[in-house]
Design a binder for this molecule. Structure first.
Ligand SMILES: [Zn+2]
Length: 286
């Protein structure tokens, strides 16, 4: 019996150690190097510095420790980026530059024409009062996308915020009633109104509000310019300024704002640019 207790104590110690180790191992996000529009360029570098910083021009970048002296910088590439060289700056004990070649992948162009009828027509041809509202909201939403916190809030690989069929993938070209608009900056998941939406990782609610195009919206900050956004929600549950845990319900699926049916639009920002959300879930996107 005593032997068993001893052994179980030892096991407890080992499992605690494993838990700690797995926590550290999961603290970084394994991201596929995708130096393409809408992708993430991954820069590996070595340093003995405990807190190296990285920048694209003046924009601070997501930096993660892998192990030992191995560090990584993640650079989100805009969807409308052109091919060519991009350079980032690393600051540790000195300053140096790393380069990456951005390539364009020639996929079959996927187009989606969305038809908005009846009172939904205002989302294609907004009137003067709507335009006033849109302009004001653009400032608030733009500011939120610039948000950068030094903290690493993220606990590794993201989980899907909802299950459900993808009705509009990331990056598709879009037309509204035949009028061309920007490519799709997130993933749309279909779901019944009221379906809970879960936080994909630990984060802080940096904005919660109702907007003309986005409807009920929440922005989560996961640290270092990694931000996720949830739009067209029915209910906003997580409160602005509060911390949320991975898996916690932040709101429910709805069809508020410019939406033709109940769905969640999920977007992920890295250094102020929308990237393919699958990359944060440790998935391959090619
Ligand atoms: Zn969408």
């Amino acid at each position: 019996m005593e032997k068993f207790i001893l052994r179980s104590k030892k096991l407890k110690k080992i499992s605690l150690l494993l838990l700690l180790l797995s926590h550290f191992a999961w603290a970084s996000i394994p991201v596929q190097h995708t130096p393409y529009p809408g992708g993430i360029a991954v820069f590996d570098f070595e340093t003995t510095h405990s807190n190296p910083k990285a920048f694209y021009r003046t924009v601070p970048l997501y930096t993660q420790h892998i192990e030992g002296n191995h560090w990584q910088v993640l650079l989100g590439i805009p969807l409308l980026e052109k091919a060519g060289k991009k350079s980032i700056t690393i600051q540790d004990f000195s300053t140096r530059t790393l380069d990456v070649e951005i390539k364009i992948i020639k996929n079959k162009p996927v187009k989606q024409n969305i038809k908005l009828k009846g009172k939904n027509k205002k989302y294609v041809d907004p009137n003067a009062a709507h335009m006033d509202r849109i302009k004001k909201e653009r400032v608030i939403l733009g500011k939120t996308r610039l948000f950068f916190s030094d903290k690493t809030l993220s606990n590794g690989v993201f989980i899907r915020p909802v299950l459900g069929v993808i009705t509009s993938p990331f990056g598709v070209k879009r037309l509204y009633n035949g009028q061309p608009r920007n490519p799709h900056t997130g993933i749309d998941y279909a779901g019944a109104t009221g379906t809970p939406i879960k936080a994909p990782a630990d984060g802080k609610v940096i904005l919660s509000g109702q907007y003309f195009f986005n409807g009920n919206t929440i922005f989560l900050d996961h640290g270092q310019g990694l931000i996720s956004v949830y739009i067209h929600m029915d209910k906003r549950i997580a409160k602005q300024g509060k911390m949320v845990k991975k898996g916690e319900t932040i709101g429910t699926i709805g069809q508020t704002g410019r939406a033709t049916g109940p769905h969640l639009h999920w977007g992920v920002y890295l250094n102020r640019t929308t990237v393919h959300p699958n990359l944060l879930m440790g998935k391959s996107v090619l």
